[in-house]
Design a protein around this ligand. Structure first.
Ligand code: MG
Ligand code: ZN
Length: 223
């Protein structure tokens, strides 16, 4: 009798996710759920992305963590609006948690909102937040077997990154093997090796992002 209970929870979550989406669409803000295991480099990827955003694109960030505001503080140091959600032990964000953060965000003055989900390759992909796209950040240091081992999160990804690409040689990273794992569950998703540290490989990602932002939120021209 466990399955019907889980389904009810997800149904309640999904209805709040629909409300969130309506709120995002009304404000014309692109929303991305950024998912990864702990230490894959979600925050450093976001910091490098923030540094490379086109002039006039106004970002915001929701940081999901079990505890602490370490990541949010780094984002805030960039003068980017950020709200921290501490899940108090929960291993994923859900739509009501995101909803509770929205009153603290001036959505009308944002073009793109990054939601950094809790570090975990399993359940975050089961919870719709109302976001438009899912970005999964894998990394060289965690190994090339992640898509084989955790297919669920890769199946729903709209972009897959392989962060820490500057270490690929040292770790003898097998890109073909990783790609094969992703392709078993997701035929078309872009797979982007990149390094948040060196900036290598960021151009295709920034192009994808700017195109997505442009399709939802017309960029305000200043001056
Ligand atoms: Mg982080
Ligand atoms: Zn969870």
């Amino acid at each position: 009798m466990k399955v019907p209970v889980v389904k009810e929870i997800l149904k309640a979550n999904d209805s709040v996710a629909v409300e969130n989406r309506e709120t995002f669409d009304r404000a014309r803000v692109l929303v991305l759920d950024v998912m990864a295991s702990p230490g894959a480099g979600k925050t450093s990827m976001l910091l490098t992305t923030l540094d490379r955003l086109d002039e006039g694109v106004r970002p915001g960030v929701i940081e999901g963590d079990v505890a602490s505001s370490i990541d949010a503080d780094m984002i805030a140091a960039r003068d980017v609006p950020v709200v921290q959600i501490n899940t108090g032990g929960n291993c994923h964000l859900d739509a009501p948690m995101v909803r509770s953060a929205l009153p603290h965000m001036d959505l009308d003055n944002l073009d793109v909102l990054f939601i950094e989900d809790v570090g975990n390759l399993i359940c975050p992909s089961n919870y719709k937040l109302g976001h438009h796209y899912s970005v999964v950040v894998s990394s060289v240091t965690e190994g090339h077997d992640k898509a084989h081992k955790y297919p669920g999160i890769f199946a729903g990804a709209d972009v897959v990154m392989i962060n820490k690409w500057d270490l690929a040689d040292v770790f003898e990273y097998d890109l073909d093997f990783f790609t094969q794992g992703v392709r078993m569950v997701n035929r078309d998703v872009p797979i982007l090796p990149l390094s948040s540290k060196t900036g290598e490989g960021f151009d295709p990602w920034m192009e994808w992002l700017h195109t997505a932002v442009g399709s939802i939120a017309p960029v305000q021209t200043t001056g």
